[in-house]
Ligand binder design. Structure first.
Ligand code: ADP
Ligand code: MG
Length: 287
């Protein structure tokens, strides 16, 4: 990888360990590895070979800077992250800490101002918008806080819309989608428009839309943020089932400490950087 000799990285979470006070040292087969915290060290010990390989997603010194007139805002200030295939990763942090900005980077909806953004080893920080759009439609499924359903289309047409943009053969069959509607309890509502559905029902439809292309990676930006806790928990259970049972890599921005606790990895944003320790800080930055 492009790691220089000065840098020491946590192989699990990808953090640059320069200046981090409580680095954890682990020896495996005579080789020494360094971690931001015992959490990453413990994960490493469960699968040392895996964590010495290439992560699915790798952000290397990613910066995002917005210019608005004379005002410059450094939202992301040198982010280093590894995301491993099949993991459930939660991104937490105070409001305005850059969670959505980071998630949009990971989902190829936005580009870093500088730095590397690798997906399966390929640097996508500088690829064309066309290539990014194609990859996005094939690899990613998105669920947002606002359900973003198209109001004049039926639930069924909202779900099948992404199939039009992706290459044929990559998606689920139409009958399979109808079956999914049954599974989520909306079989009788496939021909309803979004305004005729409750918030929870709309988010279930949005979730079906996100998986219509059978993407490897599911991305949620506060997907339960607009729902009451019971309905929100149902949506989260559906996302986690897709992660655990179908092996989808799941990345969710959340304020909910209960959601974060269920994740394999937590990324905590503060002042435009990730902070070491992960889980230990989950309580502080969620409400
Ligand atoms: P979060 O999702 O953690 O609440 P965001 O990623 O939405 O945070 O925003 C982080 C910061 O970046 C905020 O201060 C926001 O005002 C700023 N920001 C986000 N998008 C833009 C933009 N397009 N132009 C200028 N500032 C932006
Ligand atoms: Mg946000």
């Amino acid at each position: 990888m492009e790691t220089s000799s000065q840098e020491r990285r946590d192989p699990v979470c990808g953090m640059d360990l320069t200046g981090i006070p409580d680095i954890v040292e682990v020896k495996v087969d005579g080789e020494t590895f360094y971690f931001c915290s015992s959490m990453c060290a413990d994960r490493f010990k469960t699968a040392p070979k895996k964590f010495q390989g290439e992560p699915m997603i790798h952000l290397h010194d990613v910066w995002k800077v917005f210019h608005d007139g004379d005002v410059t805002t450094e939202v992301l200030r040198g982010i280093n992250i590894h995301i491993w295939p099949g993991d459930f990763t939660a991104i937490i942090g105070a409001s305005g800490s850059g969670k959505s900005t980071l998630l949009n980077m990971i989902g190829l909806l936005d580009k870093p101002t500088s730095g590397g953004l690798f997906l399966d080893g390929a640097d996508l920080a500088h690829t064309s918008e066309d290539d990014r759009a194609l990859l996005r439609s094939k690899k990613f499924g998105f669920v947002f806080q606002q359900y973003n359903l198209i109001p004049w289309l039926t639930a069924y047409d909202n779900v099948t819309l992404p199939l039009i943009f992706a290459e044929a053969g990559n998606g689920l069959e139409r009958e399979a989608i109808a079956k999914h509607f049954d599974t989520i309890g909306l079989g009788a509502r496939m021909e309803h428009r979004p305004t005729e559905l409750s918030g929870g029902e709309q988010q279930r439809v949005a979730l079906l839309r996100a998986i219509a292309n059978d993407p490897e990676i599911l991305i949620g930006d506060e997907p339960t943020g607009n729902l009451d806790s019971v309905t929100g928990a149902k949506i989260l259970d559906m996302l986690i089932a897709l992660n655990k049972q179908e092996g989808k890599t799941l990345i969710v921005v959340t304020h909910d400490a209960d959601i974060a606790r269920k994740a394999d990895q937590i990324i905590t944003l503060k002042d435009g950087k990730t902070i070491p320790g992960h889980l230990e800080h989950a309580k502080t930055y969620t409400e």
